[in-house]
Write a protein that binds this ligand. Structure first.
Ligand code: FE
Ligand code: FE
Ligand code: ZN
Length: 279
């Protein structure tokens, strides 16, 4: 059975997200650790986290993906902004240690004119400060579309960040289907070729989660506009291949498509059906 779910609002807490996921026939979900604009986190509600944990165990939910605020920039030239990113991420990671199975996904950052090399060095430095040897949570670098000065739109850039981190065993990669297609990896016509490249550059074991999004923009557009599954430039056949792929189908899939809850339920049902359909 696929592990599939969608991005949910964390406004009502963890147990509420768990129940919401269940109602959508999801067995995983993603959430923002705080307001995506990166403001203060709500105080930790241990009782809610414990209640969620037993609900998740009972209903076979997880692993989850916690998404860091996308406005953080650990690659910034501004030491104040780098510090802020580090502080937020450290606080998030401390909180997430209370959950049974969760990945912490973040956008590597933007170099904003410093050049890729300088940006990569800052990201690696941040991860080296952030990662504690005893932490259980694996930190995921998300593959990016390459809009503006985004770092992480090539597998090589992600590999270079990981190579510079002292505890690479605490790192993984989350592949966003919209982003990689926009970045010029043709998962529509050559999924196996792209995965071979991923394996060669990063190692397949680094791949821990998938963001499932169709794209509003054409191949290699370097834009980041998510579309509903099957309604964009990737199209339904691409997603059918993805959810039926022997390696990918074992990973947690998170939908980040422009949908309300009923739309997510429909996409989850559709993808489950395609995954299980006989040849
Ligand atoms: Fe993201
Ligand atoms: Fe994503
Ligand atoms: Zn995106």
């Amino acid at each position: 059975m696929l592990t599939i779910g969608c991005h949910l609002s964390s406004a009502k807490g963890y147990l509420a997200m768990g129940k919401q996921a269940k109602a959508l026939n999801a067995n995983t979900f993603q959430f923002f650790t705080r307001n995506p604009r990166g403001s203060k986190a709500k105080p930790v509600n241990e009782a809610d986290m414990e209640a969620y944990s037993s609900f998740a165990r009972q209903h076979g939910i997880g692993p989850l993906v916690a998404h860091a605020p996308y406005t953080l920039n650990p690659a910034s030239a501004d030491p104040g902004l780098r510090d802020f990113a580090l502080r937020v991420m450290a606080e998030d990671l401390a909180t997430l240690e209370r959950l049974p199975a969760v990945y912490y996904n973040f956008h590597p950052g933007c170099h904003v004119g410093q050049g890729i090399e300088a940006g990569i060095a800052w990201i690696a430095q941040a991860l080296n400060r952030l990662i504690a040897p005893e932490q259980r949570t694996i930190v995921l670098l998300e593959t990016m579309s390459g809009k503006g000065s985004e770092i992480g739109s090539s597998f090589e850039e992600l590999a270079e960040i990981i190579r510079r981190v002292e505890r690479p065993d605490k790192l993984g990669v989350c592949l966003d289907t919209c982003h990689v297609y926009s970045a010029g990896y043709d998962i529509r016509n050559d999924l196996d070729g792209v995965l071979e490249q991923f394996d060669r550059v990063l190692g397949m074991e680094r791949l821990k989660a998938i963001h499932l999004n169709d794209s509003m923009t054409p191949f290699a557009s370097r834009k980041d506009r998510h579309e509903k599954i099957g309604q964009g430039s990737l199209g339904m056949t691409a997603f059918e291949q993805i959810v039926r792929h022997p390696i990918l189908k074992m990973l947690p899939f998170e939908l980040e498509t422009p949908n309300e809850l009923d739309g997510y339920a429909a996409e989850i049902a559709l993808l489950r059906a395609r995954a299980e359909k006989e040849e």
